[in-house]
Design a binder for this molecule. Structure first.
Ligand code: ADP
Ligand code: MG
Length: 268
């Protein structure tokens, strides 16, 4: 996929272990309802995300992944604990969801610049940026197409481009490739890594796919359910880009390590 630097996005140098912190989650708890019928969706969540880091969260259904994402997106508030952003005020997040949520009657280009045009008329600069993002995600030839004319993978690319449009401090990906077939999913995972290597935005990916987490993340947070807790943090020390490493012994060893930790939260 062609990947050109976007003029507006300064590239933050990223050195493993030397990243400035973007946000810190301390002792976060989220209880829905109260009394005996209350559901503790998250408890004792401590986590930091570095600027320019790619983190992934894996965990079984119902362990509170989407709840955590909503807290980070500012769509919900913790029952206890804090989420602190490094610059002292809540950062901007954007979300790409499993369903693409593109407007069916709008072209790819118009969908990508929707974050701007919801509030005002599109400017020439908006169009330029949308075009650069379309190029970045490999949709340059499809900017006039409607979502229905695209494949599932292309729609997810458009959705990721739209999420990147406002230059969010944090890109939140909630199972964005979960509905795609296995081959498309592998391809788009590699493409996403390429885009990230090119842009170095901060990303938090929620996924059921351990292989996808190992391909993309600098660190993988493993969660267990009821209540949702982080049981392990696994550093992924594979060099990038990782597409050529998929299926290698080191790659498989990391996948197996994470799978064991998911199956047995007390795993050492
Ligand atoms: N708005 C809500 N009201 C009540 N319970 C909720 C609400 N949102 C989530 N939950 C509960 O919190 C737990 C975690 O849900 P969720 O964050 O969606 O998990 P995941 O995304 O990991 O599958 C589940 O038991 C779910 O039923
Ligand atoms: Mg969820």
């Amino acid at each position: 996929m062609p990947a050109e630097p976007l003029a507006k996005s300064p590239v933050t140098p990223v050195v493993a272990g030397e990243r400035p912190s973007l946000l810190a989650i301390d002792g976060v708890r989220r209880v829905f309802g109260s009394g005996p019928s209350g559901v503790t969706a998250l408890d004792g969540i401590d986590m930091t995300v570095g600027k320019g880091e790619f983190v992934a969260i894996v965990g079984p259904s119902g362990c509170g992944k989407s709840t955590l994402l909503r807290l980070l997106a500012g769509l919900d508030k913790p029952t206890a604990g804090t989420i602190t952003w490094a610059n002292g005020q809540a950062g901007q997040s954007s979300v790409a969801f499993q369903e693409h949520r593109l407007l069916p009657w709008s072209s790819v280009l118009n969908n990508i610049m929707l974050p701007a045009t919801m509030r005002r008329k599109a400017s020439a600069a908006d169009r330029d940026r949308a075009l650069q993002l379309a190029r970045l995600v490999g949709l340059e030839a499809f900017i006039k197409s409607k979502p229905a004319e695209l494949s599932g993978g292309m729609r997810q690319r458009a959705s990721v481009a739209r999420a990147l449009f406002p230059e969010p401090d944090l890109l939140l990906l909630d199972e964005p490739f979960g509905a795609l077939d296995a081959l498309t999913r592998e391809k788009i995972t590699g493409d996403t890594e390429e885009i990230w290597l090119n842009q170095r935005f901060t990303a938090l990916l929620i996924t059921h796919s351990i292989a996808e987490a190992v391909h993309l993340a600098d660190r993988v947070f493993v969660m267990s359910p009821r209540p949702g807790r982080v049981t392990h943090i696994v550093d992924i020390d594979l060099p990038r880009p990782r597409t050529a490493l998929v299926g290698s012994d080191r790659y498989n060893a990391l996948v197996n390590e994470i799978r064991a930790k998911l199956q047995d939260p007390d795993h050492a």
